[in-house]
Design a protein around this ligand. Sequence first.
Ligand code: NAP
Length: 280
Amino acid sequence: MKKDNIFESLSGVKIPIQIYGTAWKKERTADLVEEALSKGFRGVDTACQPRHYNEPLVGEGISRSGINRSELFIQTKFTPFGGQDPDNCPYNPSHSLEDQIKTSLSVSLENLKTDYLDSLVLHSPLKTLEETLRAWNVLEGFVERGVVKQIGLSNCYDHDFFCELFQKAKIKPAVLQNRFYAESDYDKNLRAFCNEKGIYYQCFWTVKANTHTWDNPTVLELAERLKKSPLQVFFRSLIYDRIHPLYGTTNSTHMEEAMDLFNFTLESEDIEKIKTIGQY
Ligand SMILES: NC(=O)c1ccc[n+]([C@@H]2O[C@H](COP(=O)([O-])OP(=O)(O)OC[C@H]3O[C@@H](n4cnc5c(N)ncnc54)[C@H](OP(=O)(O)O)[C@@H]3O)[C@@H](O)[C@H]2O)c1
């Protein structure tokens, strides 16, 4: 991995900037993961949540790729019961929260054919901070055992909640994974906190919720001048701002474009222009 393609997180884990997202790929998951890895992706994001992800096929795609485990960054999630399909939940919801998380981790390790995870993300906060901290304690135990290298949180849009979790946590969140959209004011306060603390800010819904930015005439013109696609220009500008889009394209050309984000640079005034258009 080239140096500018990696982010060294708070916990010292090297996270690739471009991570392949595996949601909603159903029976195509293994083929697409294998293809994304063959194109150069070295990070994979998934979840132990059969409703949206086929984690066993993610494992199959990874193993088919033949890439050494040490070269890969594998991230999965524990999904609380509220986010699971009640008819297809990977753990027994009547067990304690602690046991649900332990079972979910075992299932993920088996699905992903690995004995450790680079990153385990709590898919959403639980109902209260106290309950979230109970879950967090279990994740901390995994890090202490060495079976998980770092832990993170997703779908947390409450700045004070996240800061309080950060303060109370023995092992700090290394990743925040959120939807990047106008309704949350693009997480401006949360992102400032992440930047201050060295937390890797990952985003999703980046393509669909931001067409007003990457399909804007200014960006289109810049893309034409640079001979890049508008989305490449948008993603590159986000990365300059330490906003890291998860990317789950199913299109080979789009995969290749995602691997070509570090072969060009943007002027700071262009980055500012794009930010103004996007209002982030
Ligand atoms: N934590 C959470 O709750 C959560 C929620 C949602 C997602 N995620 C993660 O984030 C990953 C990414 O999900 P996402 O929602 O951001 O969407 P995405 O899967 O990255 O892509 C969304 C759509 O954008 C299209 N697209 C991509 N490149 C394009 C281009 N150059 N021009 C036009 N259309 C383009 C894709 O079509 P093509 O396939 O044709 O390129 C696809 O339909 C997921 O796979 C998952 O890992 C996490």
